[in-house]
Design a binder for this molecule. Structure first.
Ligand code: NAD
Length: 500
């Protein structure tokens, strides 16, 4: 069986490790490949390669780095069908969704193409008489990225295009569940003209991650994944003196106000809750209905829509399904156990996605769309991130109760409100303790030129992904104060210098 190795110094290399992990096709349950779990010494060797490459890459002009990004963007677009197929085969999401993921990743490359502008820094003429001050935004050195399974291309592309454009070199540690596609992306970077050693991939698990977190040659670590691991990454990387941005899990609520357009809310919720089988950190998993009338009306519509959903394999279909399988058997079992716990905790199961079989794909990891009503704080299905196609309806009496509920949750990644009243929407944007907020938008994922990141236990570290925060994260600022005096300066100054 094919073993996916590493991508070091511009080429695929066979790993020396004796450990590996299976890679599955979630739609069939078939094991298709193995992926190496790299050793400590392989990871250290990759860091050494990236460190050497930094010497020359950091001196390439921003304009020339940007031109490589332009070529990379074009190659990603030319290869989008192949890349999408690769995502679907290991992640399970449907092809159009995989293409959507790629497009959102390509948008970060587009942003990175503007790096000569983004690195301009600040300049002040005459901060004192004959004295100028300006900033230099310089690369850090070797940076590392550790990514989750749910966006095998988009999340790495929140990280490395900006890091590389800023003049850093990079080591990517992808999820071991769907590692094939990012190896192909590395080849496209090379084809675009990226010098060898600037972008490297180490496949592996905690053993490799711990090297990236502790090796003094790595200067910054970007992480996206579950909250317990994000906390660990942030604490360990920071302890070793690195810059860390660690994005964690989520529980995203949507407030449905009594004045909201119910058809609009229903179609927004269907995609936001069940798209990608709920395996999105910005999925809406809780609908907070203000008033019983709002909940009853919405639930009737949702049940109708759910009954018409197509669930099936993400590729090889005649008519594209709305939703594919979950990524692994372990994850599907975890989602099923959440459904059981919801029933035990007293929530009302309206649509049951257990025992869900897809014809000719009986071994696939499918869980059907599931709908709970009368969910309350304290229940596991409310408190914890399920990361599956399970939508919970919580009923509250007022807008204030809805805001209090959301603000009391430990996660604060994304949220949204559906209303036709500008005043409630405006208050919501100001009062809500969540990092990414939508108004009549169900999944408010910021564009590449803005920054992505939550609040509370959804993020650790001060700087978010991409946009200006991304550029700040991958550069260190130096401020130069300069003057060009004529003749010898003979006056000694022992007091604190001041300008005037
Ligand atoms: P995960 O935390 O299990 O894995 C993420 C990465 O960490 C993988 O590369 C994995 O190999 C590595 N890892 C796992 N255990 C480790 C350990 N003990 N030590 C060091 N590294 C370890 O997450 P996942 O299941 O792949 O992804 C789903 C999670 O990611 C969900 O919680 C989801 O909300 C979150 N996520 C968050 C965002 C966001 O922007 N906030 C985006 C996407 C996904």
């Amino acid at each position: 069986m094919q073993v996916i190795g590493n991508f070091i110094n511009g080429e695929r290399v066979v790993s020396e490790s004796s450990r590996n992990a299976p890679v599955f096709n979630p739609a069939t349950g078939e094991q298709t490949k193995l992926v190496t779990l790299s050793t400590v010494s392989e990871t250290e060797a990759a860091i050494a390669v990236a460190q050497t490459a930094f010497e020359t890459w950091s001196k390439v002009t921003p304009l020339n780095r940007s031109r490589i990004m332009f070529r990379f963007k074009a190659l990603m677009e030319q290869n989008i069908d192949q890349l999408a197929e690769m995502i679907t085969l290991e992640h399970g999401k449907v092809l159009s969704d995989a293409k959507g993921e790629l497009t959102r990743g390509i948008e970060v490359v587009e942003f990175s193409c503007g790096i000569p502008h983004l690195l301009k820094g600040e300049h002040s003429l005459n901060v004192g008489r004959g004295v100028d001050s300006f900033s230099l935004m310089q690369p850090l050195g070797v940076c590392a990225g550790i990514s989750p399974f749910n966006f095998p291309v988009m999340v790495p592309m929140w990280m490395f295009p900006i890091a590389l454009a800023c003049g850093n070199t990079f080591i990517m540690k992808p999820s071991e569940k769907d590692p094939s596609v990012i190896m192909r992306v590395a080849e496209l970077l090379k084809e675009a003209g990226l010098p060898d050693g600037v972008f490297n991939i180490i496949n592996g698990d905690k053993e490799s991650v711990d090297v990236l977190l502790s090796d003094s040659r790595v200067h910054a670590v970007s992480f996206v994944g579950s909250t317990p691991i994000a906390e660990y990454i942030y604490a360990t990387g920071s302890k070793h003196g690195k810059r860390v941005q660690a994005l964690g899990g989520a529980k995203n609520h949507m407030i449905v106000m009594p004045d909201a357009e119910v058809d609009q809310v229903t179609s927004a919720l269907m995609g936001a809750a069940f798209g990608s089988a709920g395996e999105r950190c910005m999925a809406i998993s809780v609908a907070v209905c203000v008033g019983d009338g709002t909940a009853d009306l919405l639930i009737a519509k949702l049940k109708q829509e759910i009954s018409e959903m197509r669930v099936g394999p993400g590729s090889g279909f005649i008519e594209e399904p709305h939703m594919g399988p979950l990524v692994s058997k372990v994850h599907a079992d975890k989602v099923l156990s959440y459904i059981d716990s919801g029933i035990e905790d007293g929530a009302k199961l309206l649509v049951d996605g257990r025992d869900f079989k897809v014809v000719d794909h009986e071994q696939g990891y499918f869980v059907g769309p599931t709908l709970f009503d009368r969910v309350k704080p304290g229940m596991r299905i409310y408190n914890e991130e399920i990361f599956g196609p399970v939508l919970c309806v919580v009923r509250v009496k007022s807008y204030n109760d809805a805001v209090t509920l959301i603000n009391s949750h430990e996660y604060g990644n994304g949220t949204s409100i559906f209303t036709t009243d500008g005043d409630s929407a405006r208050q919501f944007c100001e009062q809500i303790q969540v990092g990414m907020v939508g108004v009549n938008i169900p999944i408010p994922v910021p564009m590449a030129f803005h920054s992505f990141g939550g609040w509370k236990r959804s993020v650790f570290g001060p700087l978010n992904m991409h946009g200006n925060d991304g550029v700040r994260f991958y550069t260190k600022m130096k401020t130069v104060t300069a003057r060009w005096p004529k003749g010898n300066q003979t006056t000694n100054t022992f007091s604190m210098p001041t300008m005037g």
